[in-house]
Each structure stands twice: as C-alpha cells, then as structure tokens.
Design a protein around this ligand. Structure first.
Ligand SMILES: Nc1ncnc2c1ncn2[C@@H]1O[C@H](COP(=O)(O)OP(=O)(O)OP(=O)(O)O)[C@@H](O)[C@H]1O
Length: 482
C-alpha cells in the first residue's frame, strides 16, 4: 500500500482508493488526479484480495475499481463492496469497453463506469462528481446527527455571535456540519445580520491553517477584480513594476471570502466560474496556471436565487456557489435576541464612554420589540451607542431612542404619540406591557405629577400609586411584564 496521506492538506477529507493490479496505471491516474484535480488523499491497492481490509481500516469515500484483475475480479469485489459499504461510491475504470458489462456494474451498485481510454478531463469530472456527492452525503449524516443531539462541537467559535434564538442555534449546527467541506459556502441574509461574523466563525472551525481573506466585490470593475484576485507578474501591464500576489494566493490553505457577491459584474462572474470549475487561474502576464488552494465563501444580502432566475446572475455560477447555503434570519424574526443584544451593546457603550450602565424601562423594551430593525444588528448597535451617549440619569426610556426610523414626525397626534406601532407584521404588546407603557407615558406627559397622570388614565390616584409601586418592584427584581 502506498498513500499520500501524510501531506499537510488533504483533499478530499475522506480517502480515494485505487484498486488496480497495474502499478503504471496507478502512477499515471494518481498523478493526473493530483495535478489536474488537486485530489491528493489517495490510497493504492494492487492486490484485489486486500481491498476489503483497506476499506475496514481507512476512511474511504470513493473507490476507483478496475474489473480485470487476478485473484478476485472487479465484479466480485464490487458485489462484496456495495453490500458491506453501501455508502462508498464505486467508480469502475475498466480496460474493456463493453456496454453489457457497464450495465451490469451499474445494476450491481456502481456509481459510474469509464474505460481507461476515456479522455482525462472527462474522467476527472466524473470522479469529482462522485467526491462531491459523497461530501454532501457525509455532511447530511453529520447534520442529522447534530440536529438530533442538539449539540455543537465548538461552541467557542460562535461565542462572538450573541444569541439565544433557536433558529440561530440551528444555523450554527448546520455550519458546523459543513465547516470542513471543500465546497463553497453561501451566506445569505439582510445587511447587518452578522454574515461576516459567521464567515469568521466557520473559518475558525474549518481546520484550515491559512488565513481568512475578505474582499468586498461590489463595484470592482472586471480588471480590478482580476488583479485583486489573481495578481500579476512584473511588467504585465504599464505600471506593473513588481510582481503582486492576488488574494487567491494570500488565502492559500485558508478561505477567500467574497462579500456582496450579488453585485459581481457579468465578466467577473465568468472568471469566478472558471476558477471554481478548473481550480486554476492565471495571474496577469503569467503563461502557466496556478492551482487554487483556498476555499471560497460568498455572502449576499440580495435574493440571488431570484437574480439567477431573472438572468442577472449566472445560473451555472449560482449552482456552483450554493452547494452549502445558509440563511441568517433578520433580527425581527428572532426578537428574543433584541434585549440581549441591546443590553450588551449599551453596556459596551457605557464602558467606552466611562458612564454607569443604566436601568431600562419596560416601555423601552416594548418599543424595541415592536420595531422592525431594517438595519438589523448593526442598527441596534448604533441605536444603543447613541442612546447611551445622550442618556443623562434614571432608567433609560423609549424616548432616549432617537434612531427609530419609523418614528412619527414630531407633533403627529393620536396613537402615534407613543412609539409602539401596530404594523400588521409586528408582535402586539401584551396587555400587561401595554399597561406599563400607558402608565409611563401618562407620567411623562403629566411631568411626573401622579394626580394629573391618574386623571389622564381615568383611574384614582391611589390606584395609580399601587401600580407604580408594583412596576418599580418588578424593575428592581428584573421581572418582565407577563
Ligand atoms: N449576534 C451578534 N452578536 C454580536 N454582534 C453582532 C451579532 N451580529 C452582528 N453583530 C455586529 O453587527 C455588526 C454587523 O455585522 P456584520 O458586518 O457581520 O453584518 P453583515 O451581515 O456582514 O452586514 P453587510 O451585509 O452590511 O456586510 C458588526 O459590528 C457585528 O460585530
């Protein structure tokens, strides 16, 4: 047995076992796979009687099997193999071009059938397909396992992403199951939902030793895109006085994160597609290609599926990019995170500004809960910093939040006087929350005169006093309105 398994970075994650009695064919196929496909996690077996043992002892995902071998024929081995290892993909590479044999092998469970004289590019494409399918199968199994056990292997990688939402926990579980894949990852979500934080977390648990290199591709014209990603040789164009490595090279052994991919120009889309299809690229002015050693992440706040349907984004590129895809929910779809995040950012702001962190009124929470956050967490963060900078004393109130975009213009009468909006998509406040909001508002309008506030509310002054006391006690004990 010979294997390349000692190399630093192995692709794919599982082994590819070549079973053939001809060492010269092993050599040429191995070289072709490594040079043209970057496939270097290879094991060789010359004696077909040993193949089953190798499958027992190594993590093999794909077997490349010859048919005509002494001792045990390929067909015999195929039957044993598909029975004992139904999850392994077997690609037959036969010396004979016989249609009946091909049909029989496929019936026995082979994934694909090629003859040895097949053009190497076609053979490579077929083997890559088998690898990709295996990767997806394994990731699926891994994901099912994680979802059922509701666990994360590396919770620390996600510790910068504050959340208590169940939907985000599922996002993390999915990301862990695809973190070690070599396939691209597409991160979708509205602006400010934390896509860049997600990219960093997934890179951290990808097992890749290289860097995460980020580039925003929106607005890059095709020439700049080309130079930024692929670099150039000295003298490649007027002004190219020194050689420059592109970001694909900088991300070697790591991850290249292309942000705002929905804004990539059409000509640059073609270049990116070629890079993904061939795994190779030409720095400007170079006559030999370089092999890409980076994994690609992309992010977008746009609906790329729709762009693709409308012809604004190349369909072939879209399908290459979305093998693994995650949708980060907007903040309004995980309102349970609002209080956690606001408190966190407000405390951070207070510390930065040397102020004590304030208490918060229930009315403030209700106003935040009923706001849509079109700018998501980025907007919430800015809102918390702004509120702390202007806050003077006492508990922080809804009126300290100047950034509420849908706040009615000053002086709008009626129900708009309060910050609580009754938009159809918003959660309605509970009666208990409404009670508190009304009391706070009445006290504010009455300039904290209880008798006047009681009159505004249509209750007696002792009744208001009792409610105020209960409110203060709840606030002190951190109890939420039911
Ligand atoms: N769950 C979170 N916990 C803590 N901070 C967060 C969280 N989500 C986002 N942030 C912060 O919000 C801001 C915006 O996040 P980020 O830049 O990752 O968003 P994005 O989705 O990439 O935005 P864009 O699409 O505009 O590039 C950053 O300051 C980030 O640190």
């Amino acid at each position: 047995m010979n294997s390349t398994a000692l190399k630093d970075s192995l692709y794919p994650e599982f082994g590819i076992l070549l079973v053939d009695d001809e060492p010269s064919y092993h050599r040429s196929l191995g070289l072709m796979l490594e040079r043209k496909g970057g496939i270097n996690h290879l094991y060789y077996c010359q004696d077909s009687r040993q193949a089953m043992d190798m499958l027992e002892t190594h993590s093999i995902g794909v077997v490349l099997l010859d048919l005509n071998m002494p001792h045990k024929s390929g067909k015999e081995l195929l039957s044993e193999l598909t029975e004992a290892f139904p999850d392994v993909a077997v690609v037959i590479i036969s010396g004979l071009n016989q249609i009946e044999t091909a049909v029989e092998c496929l019936r026995l469970g082979a994934f694909d059938f090629y003859v040895k004289t097949t053009e190497s590019a076609r053979l490579l494409e077929g083997i890559k397909r088998a690898i990709q399918l295996q990767e997806i199968k394994r990731e699926n199994q891994e994901l099912r396992h994680r979802v059922l056990s509701r666990r994360l292997d590396s919770p620390e990688a996600f510790s910068d992403i504050l959340t208590q939402s169940r939907s985000m926990a599922s996002v993390f579980q999915y990301l862990e199951s695809v973190a070690r894949s070599s396939q691209p990852l597409m991160i979708c979500g509205e602006s400010g939902t934390g896509k860049e934080l997600i990219a960093r977390a997934v890179h951290a648990i990808s097992g890749r030793k290289g860097k995460l290199v980020t580039v925003n591709v929106a607005g890059l014209d095709d020439q700049i895109f080309n130079d930024t990603l692929f670099g150039h040789r000295k003298g490649a164009f007027t002004g190219a006085e020194t050689e420059r490595a592109g970001l694909v090279e900088e991300a070697s052994g790591g991850t290249l994160f292309l942000d705002e991919i929905g804004d990539l120009s059409h000509s640059s889309q073609i270049k990116l597609l070629r890079l993904l299809q061939e795994g190779e690229y030409y720095p400007m002015g170079a006559d030999r290609p370089k092999r890409m050693q980076a994994r690609i992440f992309v992010a977008t706040h746009q609906d790329l599926a729709e762009h693709q349907r409308e012809g604004r984004f190349r369909r072939d590129l879209y399908y290459r990019l979305c093998t693994h895809q995650v949708q980060i929910p907007p903040l309004r779809a995980r309102r349970e995170d609002i209080r956690l995040l606001f408190t966190y950012f407000a405390e951070q702001a207070a510390e930065d500004m040397g102020k004590p962190a304030p208490e918060y009124t229930p009315e403030l929470w209700a106003a935040l809960q009923n706001y849509d956050f079109p700018g998501n967490i980025r907007e919430l963060r800015a809102m918390a910093f702004d509120a702390i900078s202007r806050h003077q004393q006492g508990p922080m109130r809804a009126s300290d939040l100047q950034l509420l975009r849908d706040r009615p213009p000053e002086g709008t009468p009626g129900k708009h006087d309060t910050l609580v909006q009754f938009a159809p998509d918003n959660r309605l406040p509970t009666l208990a929350e409404m009670d508190e909001i009304l009391i706070q508002e009445a006290m504010h309008r009455a300039d904290y005169n209880q008798s006047i506030a009681a009159r505004i509310l249509g209750i007696s002054q002792p009744a208001l006093s009792k409610r105020l006391k209960r409110l203060r006690d709840n606030l002190k004990n951190g109890i939420e309105p039911e």
